[in-house]
Design a binder for this molecule. Sequence first.
Ligand SMILES: [Fe+2]
Ligand SMILES: [Fe+2]
Length: 490
Amino acid sequence: MQNITTTLKKLFYLWKRSQVPVKKPIKISRIDNLIIFLVCVLISIISSYKLLLISPLNLADIFSWLWNFTEILIISGVLILVSKKENPSISSRQILLIITLLLAVQVTKLYFASSISPLSMIIPPALIISQGMGSITALAWVSVASFSWPDPAVAVNNNLFFILLVCSSVVSLLGARIRSRAQLLQLSIFVPIGSFLTQWILIGKDKISLINKQDFVLANGNIFSESFLLAIVMLFTILFIPIFESIFGLLTKARLLELADKEKPLIRRLSLEAPGTFEHTLLICGLAEEATRMIGGDIDLIKTGALYHDVGKLHAPNWFIENQDGSKNPHDEIDDPIKSAEVLQAHVDEGLKFARKNRLPKLIANFIPEHQGTLKMGYFFQKAKEKNLDINEYYFRYRGPIPQSKETAILMLADGCEAALRAMNTKASDKQALEVISKIISSRQKDGQLDNSNLSKGEIFLIKRAFLNVWKRIRHRRIQYPTGKNNTFS
Ligand SMILES: [Fe+2]
Ligand SMILES: [Fe+2]
């Protein structure tokens, strides 16, 4: 009996652990919720009002309308839930974008269903959503947009409906993975070509029955013009994606890679004014990238986040040890641990100011406070204790918040391990390096810094192995090759 209880407890624990994300979605204000709800109601009315136009109207028709209205309202709500599940930090603006696109499609369907192909109405918005909010949200959006169809224009042609679902699913799945504008351009050319060929094979041959069935004719010539229109709308969408990015705070892969460009003014400034911090940043990028790859996280996000995590040090570069080239240490000169702690905290506050000024997306700006969490500034706290100052530990802790995602948690761990690994002797064994890494990581764990990060024990184990692998590479680079007079090959 006891065994069964223990097994049940274990199963319950495993089930609880498998529920990702553990983190609750961010709260949305009442007024935003109301606006979102009203747009959903509008979508439901537009999608179902035709059922009320039947005359004479009887009770059964009203019930059928009510059923349709409620159904669409519920699936709009499910769509919002799915988007929140996939993007726990989704903002109300982004939810509004999803449902406004749905509204726009329903209105377009209502007025242009007889002249515009559903492909041109549904595939381009799916591209925007997949780029900004991921594949699952885009797929959910496609299902809602395709199924809540007021006119039976698509339903009568199963082949077209099938092509629509396949093309929009391809766009939804690839859209979230695309890493450059050039790939987007390729997608906007190949999807219309693919849709043209499949329409030609599946619908083109069925020309006669099609003309009988539908108002809008999809003969061979028209299939070409439909696909051509799709290509044009997709190209326009790509052109407008940067505008959507800035208005709705979308973080696409292409935007992430653009931000990771080391020629960006802020990063350029970091390399010129705080070269030590820049070097530290590059090393952290390597550590964090390897660890994120190991656990299957968002590599592009962490690479860009790592690049900006210490930009706040630009406010006073020489106050940070990595930028002091043997000259006087300003901390020694002021000899005031509390003031020194304030300077350290300022690198987070100033970093957030830089992020605002440079319009960095929120997901990137989050790396600035979260990489320090509420860590204790041990060195200065110890100094204050030595001076017998009447001190509260609170003044020697960063103000947080603690890491709220796996990526920011990995960055915190990489930040902690970087200096220790850099300082390690090249002759140190793998076991010694792993011990150093484990010590730093478990101290962060014990301090409660990883509590909200949702990192599992297994993932922490993988992160340690990843850091060790990077250290092995660093060690290999630092070992000097014996070069003789005539030995100049590499
Ligand atoms: Fe920092
Ligand atoms: Fe750092």
